[in-house]
Design a protein around this ligand. Structure first.
Ligand SMILES: [Cu+2]
Length: 115
C-alpha cells in the first residue's frame, strides 16, 4: 500500500513536470490582470492569446475566494484566499468557465485563442 502511494505521488510529479514544459518553453508571453472582487471577477469575460499569463489580483476583503476551472481544456485551482495574487499561464486553447468554489455563482468566461 505504501509503495503504491509513493508510486502515485511520483506519477503525479512526472505529470506536473510534463504539464510545466510548454509553459517553460513558450517564452516571454503576455501578462494580463483579472480582479477577484467580492462576489465577482472583473472583467467577467475575456479573450486572451495562448501562452498569456493571467494574474488574478484579489481585492482585499473579508470573504475568501479562489479561481477554479468549472469547465475547460485544462484543470487548475488557485488557493482560497482573501487577498494577494495568483497567476496561471494558459497554454491550452479553448473556452474556460472559471468559478469560485466558495460562491458557485461567481463565474467568468475566458477564451484562449491561437497566438
Ligand atoms: Cu468566492
Amino acid at each position: 500500500m505504501r509503495f503504491r502511494h509513493v508510486t502515485a505521488a511520483l506519477a503525479a510529479l512526472a505529470l506536473a513536470a510534463v504539464a510545466a514544459l510548454p509553459a517553460a518553453t513558450a517564452g516571454a508571453g503576455k501578462v494580463t490582470t483579472v480582479k477577484v472582487a467580492n462576489g465577482f471577477y472583473t472583467p467577467g469575460a475575456k479573450t486572451i492569446e495562448q501562452g498569456t499569463k493571467v494574474r488574478f489580483k484579489w481585492i482585499a476583503g473579508f470573504d475568501l475566494h479562489n479561481v477554479t476551472v468549472q469547465s475547460g481544456p485544462a484543470r487548475f485551482r488557485s488557493p482560497t484566499q482573501a487577498a494577494g495574487t495568483w497567476s496561471h499561464k494558459f497554454t491550452k486553447r479553448g473556452r474556460y468557465v472559471l468559478y469560485c468554489t466558495e460562491h458557485e455563482d461567481m463565474t467568468m468566461k475566458l477564451t484562449v485563442k491561437k497566438r
